[in-house]
Design a protein around this ligand. Structure first.
Ligand SMILES: Nc1ncnc2c1ncn2[C@@H]1O[C@H](COP(=O)(O)OP(=O)(O)OP(=O)(O)O)[C@@H](O)[C@H]1O
Ligand SMILES: [Mg+2]
Length: 613
């Protein structure tokens, strides 16, 4: 029995398609393989199904394609909707994006529905350039994309792209039909504008598109576009609520410039405020959430550099690199909850890159910065034009960047030194903070060492005159050693009470510790610039403060919970006992003093090399 005669199909060994593969596609394929029919450049029936998998990281990033198009069409109002129907488990979510931009004439709408159909092909000055975004993004969420666009009131043109229907087409080359004219939007669509969404749960929180008693068509106005994705089968989250919250979080940041320029962006009828990860925009959300005088970060510099469009190319384009320093002095007094949840200081968005004013990347870029917790306290913002897409590695779906090596090198060269200085400055500040942690009272180790002293030395018998002189000296010393948040009197009381004092200093050229013996006080100074501090002292200090090793490192003291200060106290006592011994030996022996000084310097250097090599 001949397969060809009886089934008009190609043997399975050639056509290895799954049972649910598009029927129309199979017919075309058979015709081409068997009958030698003309081969279309694209097999529409299968390609459209494959394009559903063009990667978008998240539902939000797919929806951004529509918001991009809206902004490019000069819209100043954009509304994103997630409508959930049905119960948990078998809930159905429809998504839609509306904009009041210039809309599309019927012939443009038809072309725009096709893959590659763009009015901006390879134009680098705007957001879109590939002619793919709208279609691939919509189909990545739903098997159907419905478009409505109008350029005069009450005349809505509709186009539909339906993956299943196209899969059934038997023609070799699938053509798009003409748009259909409608005088009213279908109820399924109109409901988005009239009825509150299920989330936010309270309708009072929702600012509906059409006010009570208003006419929907009048409100839809002269021009606009709606992209509708019914019954989405591929979404990042199953619940409308989560989808809304994720979209708000991302879009508030991605479109911060457009929002600042007047774009009214709504997600499920709630207006989205700009979120600025650099904290430089005074109108952004963070500024409303804090009750301190300094509400924005400080711009340290804006540098313009020229970057070749390709490595070694003579054609160069300008990028602008801005470095912002967060007001750590003031903001570290804010509650941890405020810093973490409201301001999102610790979210790791150190670097933000904007392509033609639209953010395409926000996150850590450790090859430019460092991994240290200081990076929470500054931000780098890089603006580049679309002409540098290849250099910055911008892909068709505009998610993320992959800057080429020569681009990263150029950026490093431009800001590397400034970053190093800033890193040090912030570390120094954090070192000082550490020393202020117990202001107005001796630390556990200072108190222990002072107690132990009673067993180690006979108490000095001072005359009243000597006593007064010592007090005077200690008052002078107290002014020098006063900690943040301590009054002169409090510092004096602390120093009088304690024979051992631990201080901090930040100095690149210093050994890791320093010892001084003054007025019967042993003063141990730890150098916050030496790797000893970062690698041993700080981790133990965090452990003592209630954090654990490897916990989120944000440079801010956690509220004291079940701290374990044993190891820190033991380490401090190790150094205080060294300090005690060293100052006793040195006080009576000049040669020993010199030897100890050499020991301190050389030990410190050897330790530094071992810790960092
Ligand atoms: N909301 C809209 N308002 C007006 N015109 C639109 C809208 N959305 C899309 N268009 C038109 O449809 C075309 C195709 O859009 P699509 O997003 O698929 O490609 P693109 O924006 O040109 O390029 P990219 O693939 O980079 O997004 C656009 O060039 C534009 O002319
Ligand atoms: Mg686009």
């Amino acid at each position: 029995m001949s397969i060809i005669e009886n089934t008009r199909e190609i043997p399975d060994s050639v056509l290895n398609w799954s049972a649910d593969a598009p029927k129309g596609g199979k017919a075309v394929m058979n015709r081409v393989l068997k009958d030698g029919a003309a081969v279309p450049l694209f097999f529409a029936q299968t390609l459209i199904a494959s394009l559903r998998d063009v990667g978008y990281n998240t539902t939000t990033s797919a929806l951004c394609e529509h918001v991009d198009n809206a902004i490019q069409a000069d819209a100043d109002e954009v509304r994103v909707y997630f409508r959930q129907a049905g119960k948990q488990g078998d809930a159905v979510i429809d998504a839609a994006v509306y904009d009041n931009g210039r809309g599309m004439a019927p012939n443009v709408l038809k072309v725009a529905t096709s893959f590659g159909g763009s009015m901006n092909f390879n134009n680098r000055s705007g957001i879109g350039r590939f002619g793919m975004g709208m279609k691939t993004a919509a189909l990545s969420m739903s098997p159907t994309m419905e478009l409505f666009s109008w350029q005069e009131p009450n005349a809505f043109y509709n186009m539909t792209l339906d993956v299943d229907a196209i899969g059934k087409e038997r023609a070799n080359a699938v053509e798009l039909p003409d748009p259909t004219l409608m005088n009213d939007l279908p109820d399924e669509i109109a409901d988005f504008f009239i009825k509150p969404m299920g989330f936010p749960t309270s309708a009072a929180e929702q600012d509906l598109f059409v006010g009570r008693g208003d006419d929907i068509n009048e409100r839809l106005g002269q021009s606009g576009t709606i992209v509708y994705m019914p019954a989405c089968d591929r979404l990042t989250y199953a619940k409308a609520r989560t989808l809304v919250e994720h979209a708000v979080k991302e879009m508030s940041r991605v479109y911060r410039r457009a929002i600042a320029d007047g774009l009214r962006l709504y997600i499920n009828n709630r207006r989205v405020e700009a979120f600025d990860p650099t904290y430089s925009m005074a109108s952004a959300r963070h500024a409303k959430m804090i009750d301190v005088e300094t509400k924005t970060s400080r711009l340290l510099f804006a540098k313009t550099i020229e970057v070749p469009i390709r490595e070694h190319s003579h054609k160069k384009e300008k990028i602008i690199i801005r470095l912002y320093r967060l007001p750590i002095e003031e903001w570290s007094t804010l509650s941890r909850k405020c810093l973490r949840n409201d301001l999102q200081v610790f979210n790791g968005l150190t670097v933000s890159m904007l392509r033609n004013d639209r953010e395409v990347f926000a996150g850590a870029m450790t090859e430019l910065t460092t991994r240290h917790a200081v990076t929470h306290w500054y931000r780098i913002q890089i603006d580049f034009p679309g002409s540098l897409d290849e250099a910055f590695g911008v892909a068709a779906n505009k998610q993320g960047v992959r800057p080429k090596g020569y681009v990263k090198d150029a950026i490093k060269l431009a800001i590397g030194e400034d970053l190093t200085t800033l890193n040090e400055e912030i570390k120094r500040y954090q070192g000082a903070q550490a020393s202020a942690r117990n202001s107005a009272q001796p630390s556990a180790s200072e108190a222990k060492a002072t107690d132990a002293d009673q067993h180690q030395a006979k108490p000095l018998q001072l005359t009243a005159e000597e006593e007064a002189e010592l007090e005077g000296n200690l008052r002078v010393l107290a002014v020098a050693l006063r900690r943040d948040g301590e009054s002169d009197d409090e510092a004096f009381e602390r120093i009088k009470e304690s024979k051992y004092l631990i201080e901090f200093k930040h100095d690149e050229y210093w050994p890791f510790y320093h010892i001084e013996h003054r007025f019967g006080r042993v003063i141990l100074t730890l150098n916050t610039a030496h790797p000893f501090f970062e690698k041993l002292y700080e981790p133990l200090r965090k452990l003592a403060a209630g954090g654990a090793f490897g916990e989120e490192d944000d440079g801010i003291e956690a509220p004291k919970t079940e701290g374990q200060d044993g190891p820190l106290v033991a380490l401090e006592l190790l150094l205080l006992s060294l300090a005690r011994t060293q100052s006793q030996i040195a006080v009576s022996n000049e040669d020993a003093k010199k030897t100890l000084e050499t020991l301190r310097r050389e030990w410190s250097e050897a330790y530094r090399v071992q810790l960092t090599a």
